[in-house]
Design a protein around this ligand. Structure first.
Ligand SMILES: [Zn+2]
Length: 237
C-alpha cells in the first residue's frame, strides 16, 4: 500500500488467493459474514469507516449519502487487501455499483482514492451555462496548473465512471427550478444588477463552505453570466 500515496496502486498484481488454503471466496465470506456482520465485534470498525465522511456524504461523488463500505482494489481481484483498512472506503450505492470490479490498467484509469488523492485547494469544477431555452448546465473539470497530467486525467476518468457530470447537472436543474420564482421577482423589481448581486452572495456563501461543490460552480457561473442575469433566469424550466 506504499503505492497509494504516489498514485500507483494499479501496479499491484491481481491474485486469486491469499494462500492456497485462503482463497478469494473464503476471504469474501470472512469479510461479509464476520468482519462486516451486524453484531460482530469488528462491526464497530466497519461502522467507523462508513460514518467517517462529513455529513455522511459519499466522498466519491460528493453528493449522495454513504450506503456501505467499498473495496478500492476489488475484493475479487485482490483478496489479500480484503480487510486492509486503507482499502476500505465509504461509498454510496451508485458509486459502488459504477466502480464495481473495474480494473485500472494505467495510472490514468484509476478512480480517485479518498485517503490518498489530494486535489488541493484551488477551484477545479466548472459549470458551463448553455444559453438555450430552457437553459441547461454542463459540468466539467478544469485542472489547476499544479495537478500533474496523470492526476488531471484521473479526475476526468473518475467523473466519467461515477457519472458525476450527469448527477450534478440534474441537481443544478433542480436548484434552478427552486430559485426561479425568486429570481423573476427580483429581476422584475431590480433588473439584472439585483439578480447579479443576489447570485453573487449565494456564490460567496457556497464558496466559503466548499470550493468545488456543484453549487459553488453553479452560482459562480450564474452571477458571472450577463446573459443569465439579463434574461436567462426567465428561461428556467
Ligand atoms: Zn457516491
Amino acid at each position: 500500500m506504499k503505492l497509494g500515496p504516489i498514485g500507483k496502486l494499479f501496479q499491484i498484481p491481481t491474485t486469486a488467493e491469499v494462500t492456497p488454503e485462503l482463497n478469494g471466496k473464503l476471504m469474501a465470506v470472512i469479510y461479509k459474514s464476520h468482519f462486516a456482520r451486524v453484531g460482530a465485534p469488528t462491526r464497530g470498525i466497519y461502522d467507523a469507516i462508513r460514518l467517517a465522511p462529513k455529513y455522511g456524504i459519499c466522498p466519491l461523488c460528493g453528493q449522495r449519502s454513504v450506503g456501505s463500505v467499498d473495496h478500492y482494489l476489488p475484493q475479487s481481484l485482490h483478496p489479500i487487501f480484503n480487510l486492509t483498512p486503507v482499502n476500505l472506503i465509504p461509498s454510496c450505492t451508485d458509486c459502488n455499483k459504477a466502480k464495481l470490479a473495474k480494473v485500472a490498467l494505467t495510472a490514468e484509469q484509476q478512480t480517485l482514492h479518498p485517503y490518498f488523492d489530494d486535489l488541493g485547494d484551488e477551484r477545479w469544477l466548472v459549470a458551463d451555462i448553455l444559453e438555450s431555452n430552457p437553459l441547461a448546465i454542463k459540468y466539467r473539470v478544469r485542472p489547476p496548473s499544479y495537478w500533474t497530467p496523470v492526476l488531471a486525467e484521473r479526475v476526468k476518468h473518475h467523473f466519467e465512471v461515477m457519472g458525476i457530470a450527469v448527477l450534478y447537472a440534474a441537481q443544478a436543474a433542480s436548484e434552478l427550478a427552486d430559485i426561479s420564482h425568486a429570481l423573476v421577482k427580483l429581476g422584475n423589481s431590480g433588473g439584472a444588477s439585483a439578480v447579479r448581486s443576489h447570485l453573487y452572495e449565494e456564490f460567496a456563501s457556497r464558496l466559503a463552505s466548499d470550493k468545488n461543490s456543484w453549487k459553488t460552480a453553479l452560482y459562480e457561473s450564474l452571477c458571472l453570466s450577463a446573459w443569465f442575469c439579463n434574461e436567462g433566469f426567465r428561461l428556467v424550466n
